[in-house]
Design a binder for this molecule. Structure first.
Ligand code: ZN
Length: 326
């Protein structure tokens, strides 16, 4: 099988130019395929650059980086399952642990963004040396929202299982979509608290799968190391799937780059300001230095001077008087 050719053929022609670039320099990418005569649907991602970009954008603590990084890897693969070019998948966690939760949105062609509600939380590591993500998240809910065809929204929600993210996503698939799945996710930090490696896999069992396939898969999964332990030894997404699917015929059908991507812009920020209405904008315009509006998803700041705000106030004033009919 020629992987290069196949991957090019399968790239959708309508992917926006901004994110249809080749594999970025940091090497982040995602693959999907099938195994066991299509009885298994498989995905894997390497996302160190995605997690490190998020860490820097939000000044995340190691445990916040791990929680967000794991969720972003999951969201990337779950959004990759969507069919429409403009479809979006959002994972929201609302919880009682010190991190309080997080929000991640991914598109169907490798773009993801997200933030943690309390990004500076620091907790001691677990006895095995891994970051205590479950302790940081605590108890609460995991909500998955699919925005399809720009008009239909589908929401599924479960109680968090452990707060470690991978197990929670596994339970989400079982409870909300009735798809038996195995999910592995990991983020490993360097000593200086930058991201050393990040990634994950999702393996889904199709309804017609043989018992034999399921039991062999279970045996394989019980034996494989953590995702980041494999990555630390240089394993690629292909290698991770090959280990998880030892003894199966594995077909990789597509490979696409992934990256942290926020579509925010000055124009969109202006539109959001206009929604406040003329009176509110007028109040903000009284501040001599103007105001800085920060994008929650990527941390980018947009500055508005008093003069710019006054212009927007005039624009908003016309709209609101029309709306109220005065
Ligand atoms: Zn942004």
């Amino acid at each position: 099988m020629s992987f290069e050719n196949q991957s090019k053929e399968n790239l959708r022609g309508t992917v926006p130019e901004s994110i249809s670039e080749s594999i970025p320099e940091n090497g982040d990418y995602m693959i999907r395929g099938t195994a066991a005569d299509e009885q298994l649907r498989v995905f894997a991602v390497t996302s160190r650059g995605v997690a490190e970009t998020a860490r820097k954008a939000h000044n995340l603590s190691p445990i916040a980086t791990a929680a967000l990084g794991r969720t972003m890897s999951a969201a990337l693969m779950m959004a990759y399952m969507l069919k429409g070019d403009k479809d979006l998948l959002t994972i929201r966690i609302d919880s009682d642990g010190p991190l309080r939760g997080l929000l991640v949105t991914a598109d169907s062609h490798g773009g993801v963004k997200g933030y943690v509600y309390h990004p500076a939380v620091i907790l001691p590591a677990k006895p095995d040396g891994h970051l205590n993500v479950g302790g940081g998240i605590g108890k609460g809910t995991l909500t998955v929202i699919r925005d399809l065809d720009l008009k239909n929204t589908y929401t599924g929600q479960i109680e968090l299982y452990s707060g470690e993210i991978a197990e929670d996503i596994t339970h989400y698939f079982a409870e909300s979509e009735q798809i038996p799945s195995s999910v592995g996710l990991g983020v490993l930090m360097n000593k200086e608290n930058t991201v050393r490696c990040a990634g994950g896999f999702i393996i889904q069992v199709m309804p017609d799968a043989d018992e034999e396939v399921i039991s062999r898969l279970e045996k394989n999964l019980a034996e494989i190391p953590y995702v980041t332990d494999m990555q630390r030894e240089g394993a690629s997404p292909e290698d991770i799937l090959a280990r998880a699917l030892k003894g199966f015929d594995l077909h990789i059908n597509e490979k696409i780059p992934v990256r942290f991507f926020c579509g925010c812009s000055r124009e969109k920020t202006e539109r959001a300001l206009l929604l406040l209405g003329g009176v509110e904008i007028g109040e903000i315009a009284k501040q001599k230095q103007g105001t800085d509006l920060r994008c929650q998803f990527c941390g980018k700041t947009y500055h508005f001077s008093p003069d710019q705000l006054k212009k927007l106030r005039a624009e908003a004033g016309i709209d609101s008087s029309r709306a109220s009919g005065t």
